[in-house]
Design a protein around this ligand. Structure first.
Ligand code: SER
Length: 272
């Protein structure tokens, strides 16, 4: 599958589940002094999550151009050092505005990855929020129960606030999340160390591809969490990473997203 086909399949899948496909928002954020550049697909929907504006649709999907070079989600130091972080990247996302919640979001993410993209189920791991006493946020019992229906328990890993509670910035919509990671190592490597031991350990071949956030709170300026009047879904899948996994490459830069540009640059500069 080409990267263009992979992108289209994502949008078609969520369209078939009743989502309105919307365009990517501009990379420079308008009318939000808390953020300079778009750092996630959910930015353009912030007012719908907070209840400031009614959403024109209950469900949406898109591919959002994102920049993570400053602020809370800053990947700049990783770029050029590893094979899977970028300054600008595309984030595939699906959203529910007060509509479906954990059960459907989890089931659909699994259906897309394993039935449409046909990823090997035994190579997928999911993370679930273990809760945070200091913040007074409970463990994600529902997400855990839903995953237990789908995946063997030894492929479920618990994560703390750093990895499993997503916040847009210092303030704004936030909530617990469940991530999907994929182990792309050789059989030989897998036999030595199980993939679950390498989840969230910066291993270049065991990488996160999709984050499903369950937006339930608003982080206020004074640091407190205010429960939102409705609950929402905000997911983000790294397009370049997904393509790399499907095209079975060791690096995002070896996918057809980049190889054409790299080859043209080589030709122009006469350098390998
Ligand atoms: N907002 C979440 C993220 O950026 C999921 O889309 O990871």
């Amino acid at each position: 599958m080409t990267s263009a086909e992979i992108r289209q399949q994502f949008l078609d899948f969520f369209k078939s589940k009743g989502h309105t496909v919307v365009p990517s928002a501009p990379i420079v954020v308008k009318n939000d002094p808390t953020l300079l550049f778009t750092n996630a697909g959910m930015n353009q929907f912030k007012d719908y999550f907070l209840g400031n504006k009614p959403a024109p649709y209950n469900r949406a999907a898109d591919t959002q151009k994102c920049l993570r070079v400053s602020g809370k989600h800053n990947d700049l130091e990783e770029v050029g050092v590893d094979t899977y972080h970028h300054t600008m990247f595309e984030m595939l996302g699906n959203w529910s505005f007060g509509d479906y919640f954990k059960k459907d979001a989890i089931a659909w993410s699994w259906e897309l990855l394993t039935e449409v993209y046909k990823l090997d189920k035994s190579r997928l791991y999911v993370t679930v929020f273990e809760g945070d006493e200091k913040e007074g946020i409970p463990a994600s019992k529902i997400a855990l129960a839903e995953w237990k229906k789908i995946i063997p328990e030894n492929q479920i890993v618990f994560g703390n606030k750093k990895d499993n509670f997503w916040e847009m910035g210092d303030t704004g919509p936030c909530g617990p999340c469940t991530e999907i990671h994929v182990d792309c190592r050789s059989e030989e490597e897998v036999a030595k160390i199980p993939g679950r031991d390498l989840v969230n350990k910066d291993h270049p071949q065991v990488i996160e591809i999709w984050n499903n956030v369950f937006i339930q709170y608003n982080r206020k300026k004074d640091g407190s969490l205010e429960p939102l009047p409705a609950t929402h879904v905000d997911t983000g899948m790294g397009f370049e990473r997904l393509v790399r996994v499907i095209q079975q490459k060791q690096s995002n830069y070896d996918t057809d997203i980049f190889t054409g540009t790299i080859a043209a640059t080589e030709k122009i500069t006469n350098k390998k």
